[in-house]
Design a protein around this ligand. Structure first.
Ligand SMILES: NC(=O)c1ccc[n+]([C@@H]2O[C@H](COP(=O)([O-])OP(=O)(O)OC[C@H]3O[C@@H](n4cnc5c(N)ncnc54)[C@H](OP(=O)(O)O)[C@@H]3O)[C@@H](O)[C@H]2O)c1
Length: 282
């Protein structure tokens, strides 16, 4: 990238995993990166390596003021924001009934309201520029759910829903939006997972899924650097997709879910359309 074509990235959750990999890849090719984390210690190696191209900032996405301050400092340093990576998030594992209200609300605070805080703070900048690209941190659990991931999936489905509205809202303003739906990725995500207290009645469902996830072969987990490379290629694309799915596992389970939804829509078509008949008759 030349000076003229280099971009400025605004990356949340840049302390580890996918966020760190994106920040590293973008800075590595000569772009500017505002890297947000809850502590700057994790960002020190990145800043040391890339100097003034990386602006490490402390921000908790649950706090709108933190995010707004980070946007102001990014504009002071780099003058613009081209790519927003709304990546910070964590998981909650447990049956829907097992998850406490506090746990459920806490997950929404980060995974949904954190995303909203970042959008509200950055979109005025992108709208003023009439350009930019927002990468929304979703998951294959934003397209499917299974026992134990109900609340995590609820947060990611929420991000998917608001993003499907965001795309046509921002398209006329010159802003692109892509949902990033990684499959299992080798990050600290599983070790950072909040886990609900168990109820024995869910041993055959939730605990079995938990066991199955624990037994996934290591090769199921994609390298975060590869996921980051896919995200960079989407940002570089002339016509980026609305959804970027990464990894064979995610492609397979999402395809199966879509096929099963289509088959059910077809199987229940007569009942579905009978509602129209009643309307016409009345
Ligand atoms: N790994 C997977 O298998 C997988 C699959 C699909 C989707 N994803 C999604 O990918 C995203 C990144 O996760 P990851 O896999 O890279 O896991 P990770 O290594 O645990 O990274 C999560 C990042 O989010 C940050 N974060 C969490 N809560 C935050 C808050 N309130 N404010 C600011 N930052 C916060 C963490 O910061 P701290 O270091 O301060 O905690 C960390 O930087 C998440 O949205 C996750 O749902 C991951």
């Amino acid at each position: 990238m030349t000076e003229e074509t280099s971009r400025t990235w605004f990356v949340t959750g840049a302390s580890s995993g996918i966020g760190l990999a994106v920040a590293r890849a973008a800075a590595g090719r000569g772009d500017n990166v505002a890297a947000l984390a809850r502590t700057t210690a994790a960002l020190d190696p990145l800043v040391e390596r890339h100097g003034s191209r990386v602006l490490g900032q402390v921000a908790d996405v649950r706090r709108p003021a933190d995010v707004e301050d980070a946007v102001a400092r990014t504009l002071d340093a780099f003058g613009r924001i081209d790519v927003v990576v709304n990546n910070a998030g964590y998981g909650l594992f447990g049956a829907v009934e097992e998850s406490t209200d506090t746990q459920a609300r806490a997950t929404f605070e980060t995974n949904v309201f954190g995303v909203l805080h970042v959008l509200r703070a950055t979109l005025p900048v992108l709208r003023a520029q009439r350009s930019g690209h927002v990468l929304q941190g979703s998951s294959y659990y934003g397209r499917i759910a299974e026992p134990g991931v109900g609340l995590l999936s609820a947060t990611k489905y929420a991000v998917e829903g608001l993003t499907d509205a965001l795309v046509p809202e921002l398209e006329p303003l010159g802003i692109k939006v892509t949902l990033v739906e990684p499959g299992p990725t080798a990050t600290a995500f599983l070790s950072n997972l909040a886990v609900a207290d168990s109820i024995a009645d869910y041993d055959q469902t939730v605990r079995e899924v938990q066991k199955a996830i624990g037994e996934l072969p290591p090769e199921t987990f994609n390298a975060p650097d590869r996921v980051a490379a896919a995200m960079l290629s989407v940002v570089d694309a002339e016509r980026p997709p609305r959804r970027l799915v990464t990894g064979n596992f995610a492609v397979k389970v999402i395809r199966e879910a879509l096929e099963s939804q289509l088959a059910e829509l077809e199987a229940w078509k007569t009942t579905a359309l009978a509602v129209d008949d009643v309307l016409v008759a009345s």
